[in-house]
Ligand binder design. Structure first.
Ligand SMILES: [Zn+2]
Length: 354
């Protein structure tokens, strides 16, 4: 899912997202609640109508943003009180409130309110946050089932698994969420600075416990090689700002690895950014031209690299689906990682360096 924080995937119009192959995008409840406000978006007929997007939208619940962006927050079992990072105004998010906001936005998939923790977290803190997250999930479930409808007649609601890097807390948390029974489940609170081995251990623990027939969404991950590793461990859905954010700062993800377009090495490189990519940026322009646009501060550069990176990420997900359907997953995974990492210059993931 390309990330459309403020009701837009930065630099990309909906028709660009169609062309890149996006079927679903992510919107941020916290940002849209603060500006322009969920009631205004509801008046507009919902977020799809407001932003001119005719495919699916998943909205996050704001838990992560409230705990990482907002000023002066206080977490209790009731919810989180915080001050807006925009104007300092005071707000209270409860599980019921974040469902109300997401219903007003008209999301196709809504997320439960959760309490993600930074890494490292003590066992005591992780246990309390996981228990609170499961309690909040029950309240969200009730608000979803019993609350008034919004612009979307039949939104889904996903539970979010927390429990930091403690496998037993994660297992217990999954059991409680599965008891409440959601149409899909997300694994949250990862890719926050923990060692890569801990990420995959927790993903494996969650994948074993989650019901096989329901979608599993790994939140906030990651680099292309991370997506391949995660799919191999049973994850289905992802959101990440990397393709768009890194595109705007001049990094392209290509079939041969990362390309930092601004590098002097590309000054007179008239080959395409990614010779294997059929996107507009790769078929129409050269690396030398893209480098020139970045160096000259031209905004077309941001747009073209965003388009390419989205195309690459969504194309990668499509190729993974195809490999699984055709029974060729292992061969695909080995082939991709060998080619991608060889070009990166080593097996080290860069995921924790941002
Ligand atoms: Zn391309």
């Amino acid at each position: 899912m390309p990330v459309g924080t403020q009701g837009t995937v930065k630099t990309a119009a909906p028709k660009d997202l169609h062309e890149a192959g996006a079927e679903i995008i992510l919107g941020n409840a916290y940002h849209l609640y603060l500006r322009p406000g969920h009631t205004l978006i509801r008046q507009a007929g919902g977020l799809h109508q407001f932003m001119g997007w005719d495919r699916a939208i998943l909205t996050d619940s704001g838990g992560y943003q409230v705990l990482s962006l907002a000023d002066l927050r206080k977490v209790t079992d009731e919810g989180v009180t915080f001050q807006s990072h925009l104007d300092g105004s005071h707000h209270l998010f409860t599980p019921e409130k974040v469902v109300e906001i997401q219903v007003a936005l008209g999301a196709d998939i809504m997320m439960c309110f959760d309490e993600p923790l930074p890494y490292p977290a003590s066992r005591e803190d992780a246990s309390r946050a996981a228990r609170r997250t499961a309690d909040w999930a029950e309240r969200c479930h009730q608000a979803w089932k019993e609350g008034p409808p919004g612009p979307n007649p039949d939104p889904a609601l996903f539970g979010i698994v927390q429990g930091s890097t403690y496998p037993d807390l994660r297992k217990e948390n999954v059991r409680r969420l599965v008891e409440t029974d959601f149409p899909g489940y997300a694994v949250g609170g990862l890719a926050v600075g923990e060692p890569e081995s801990a990420t995959w251990e927790i993903v494996e623990v969650c994948a074993q416990e989650l019901p096989e027939e329901k979608p599993r969404y790994l939140m906030g991950v990651g680099y292309p090689e991370d997506l391949v590793e995660a799919v191999g461990r049973g994850m289905d859905m992802f959101d990440c700002v990397l393709p768009t954010r890194n595109g705007r700062t001049g990094t392209a993800f290509t079939s041969q690895g990362k390309v930092v377009v601004k590098n002097a090495a590309y000054a007179s490189d008239f080959t395409p950014l990614d010779p294997e990519c059929p996107c507009y940026a790769c078929t129409q322009f050269s690396r030398a031209y893209l480098r020139h646009l970045f160096n000259a501060g031209e905004i077309l550069a941001l747009r073209l690299l965003t388009l390419h990176n989205l195309h690459f990420y969504l194309g990668l997900m499509g190729r993974m689906r195809e490999a699984i359907q055709q029974g060729g997953w292992e061969a695909f995974k080995q082939g991709f990682l060998a080619q991608y990492r060889r070009a990166e210059g080593g097996p080290e993931s860069q995921r924790n360096q941002i």
